[in-house]
Ligand binder design. Sequence first.
Ligand code: ZN
Length: 238
Amino acid sequence: MSYEALQNMVSSSKRIVFFGGAGVSTESGIPDFRSQDGLYHQKYDFPPETILSHTFFERHPEEFFRFYRDKMLPLDAKPNAAHLKLAEWERDGRLLAVVTQNIDGLHQAAGCRHVYELHGSIHRNYCQSCGKEFPPEFIRDSAEPVPHCPCGGRIKPDVVLYEEGLDNDVLSGAVHAIRQADLMIVAGTSLTVYPAAGLIHYFRGNHLVLINRDITPMDSQCDLVIHDSVGKVLGALS
Ligand code: ZN
């Protein structure tokens, strides 16, 4: 019944915006480090939120990159049914943009072009001295604990660490897309991470849909809520 309702909304929409969180990537084998079976309770002395902070990166870069290489570079992960369906909708001219909290680049790997990566991407890395860019494989394969540019500068992944602000251009692009959307699908997020979570308040379209395994604080504000896996739901639509 709810699938049919969602299919009707999708079929009658021309400007869909998809807002995705960690749950979109878990089905590609990328763990959500905020969930119980995620990266918690593992072999590090600090919680992920501490390691992935600006202060920690500056003070303990070796430990940061040990964790980062181990947990944040799933370079062999493949797009799942959700990523593929969204790319299909974009090709059909029904999808305006994807706004994502994920940094794995799987929407682009599936073929999506209009992707606003609120928290950056593991696929972009740059030298903090000269600005030269490096692919993620350079960090993965570097013989040094902390990867460096030939110029001597330290290389930093272009991901937004805790204590760092979001990129203004990405944020304003996402807001612009959300304001134009007629259907907004929020998926795989508990919507507790600000300022990203505040973005849905810019939506003025017809239908706000939430797809998430667990109940969220936003459930009562949505037109349709489906508690299921994102790939399963989107994969079943046309
Ligand atoms: Zn350099």
